[in-house]
Ligand binder design. Structure first.
Ligand SMILES: [Zn+2]
Length: 357
């Protein structure tokens, strides 16, 4: 047994004297590597807390640049980042190094598709979800289960958010015998159909909500990396600030024998060829297909998109202009054409933000 005691002048002293922590837990945090995918409001809240808690290495991934509309809630960024159009991952890594120069913070300005997930996930000890779209979230769920890493899921839109630890593939790594922990697909088998999932661009998001959800996710990550099981909340935790309610649904026994991911080990998102985008030659446009066939309620879609730009119905399609000079045409089958770019990543980003998936 270790008898090392934290020194009162240590950077992490006030955490290290908490029950279950101590110098050994602090050392485990220092030796750990967390991958945070998505450096928006949730990612900012989580990254800030993980850096201050003493996680020794952070890999921060985001494909976007800081915009002035991010500053209402994305707490690692300042006005100068938005004016300079700094990539979020780089601004976040810089901020982490300013918080604690002893942390290794790597920025990855990249869209996370199957290849990137298969490269990044095995290299880390734990994956944190700071995402704004379901498809990438399911991809990370696949990668976490396949490569045996714990995954902390978090999501926040409008006034509602959720957070949960996904330990389905990580029992061996965590040294526990539990095999009944569910993955994301045990609870939510399919990605919500295109046009059904609300996004922050169409529904808004309250800064304090993202901070609450990000804090819950950070606590799960700290519990897992530091080895403090009492801190781990083995539940699907959700908060609805519109009705002042939090709900915890226990995860014990919630795994499903027919789950395609953690039970059958069919990693459909990780193994998918990314053929959703087709660059439309000579038209400065990219067509994006939904992840699965769906029928879009165009009336509801139009009402949602009214918050994001001027949209009008044209022959059964919704046509409008959104940020970045892009024109979006949404079809009833969930397809969209993004005009103003030939970059599939930019088109997928616009699709995720405005159509929602
Ligand atoms: Zn599962």
């Amino acid at each position: 047994m270790s008898v090392r005691r934290p020194s009162p002048s240590d950077r992490h002293h006030r955490q290290a004297i908490l029950p279950g922590f101590g110098a050994d837990a602090q050392e485990r945090l220092r030796a750990s590597h967390a991958l945070v995918v998505g450096c928006g409001a949730l990612g900012c809240a989580t990254i800030d807390l993980l850096a201050r808690a003493g996680v020794g290495r952070l890999t921060l991934v985001d494909r976007d640049v800081v915009e002035v509309t991010n500053l209402q809630r994305q707490s690692l960024y300042v006005d100068a980042d938005a004016r300079a159009g700094t990539p979020k991952a780089e601004a976040a890594a810089r901020r982490v190094r300013a918080i604690d120069p002893g942390i290794r913070a790597d920025a990855c300005v990249e869209h996370v598709g199957p290849e990137a997930a298969a490269e990044l996930v095995p290299d880390c000890d734990l994956v944190v979800d700071g995402l704004d779209n379901y498809r990438t979230r399911y991809l990370l769920n696949d990668a976490a289960v396949r490569f045996g890493r714990p995954f902390v899921h978090a999501g926040a839109v409008g006034l509602r958010g959720t957070s949960m630890p996904v330990l389905a593939g990580a029992a061996e790594r965590l040294g526990t015998a539990r095999t009944d922990a569910p993955c994301l697909r045990c609870l939510f088998p399919e990605v919500p159909p295109a046009g059904e999932g609300e996004t922050c661009d169409t529904a808004g998001v309250l800064g304090p909500l993202a901070a609450m959800v990000g804090a819950h996710a950070a606590a799960q990550a700290i519990a897992l990396l530091a080895g403090v099981p009492a801190l781990l909340d083995r539940s699907l935790w959700s908060v609805d600030m519109a009705v002042h309610r939090t709900v915890r649904v226990p995860l014990a026994g919630a795994s499903r024998d027919d789950c395609p991911c953690c039970a059958l080990r069919r990693f459909e998102f990780l193994d998918a060829e990314d053929e959703r985008c087709a660059v439309l030659c000579g038209r400065n446009a990219v067509q994006v297909r939904p992840a699965r066939a769906s029928t879009v309620d165009m009336g509801r879609m139009r009402a949602r998109l009214a918050n994001a730009g001027d949209f009008a119905m044209d022959d059964g399609r919704l046509v409008g202009t959104v940020g970045g000079g892009l024109e979006l045409t949404v079809f009833g089958d969930g397809r969209a054409i993004v005009r103003g770019t030939v970059d599939p990543v930019a088109a997928l980003a616009a699709y995720a933000r405005y159509v929602g998936e």
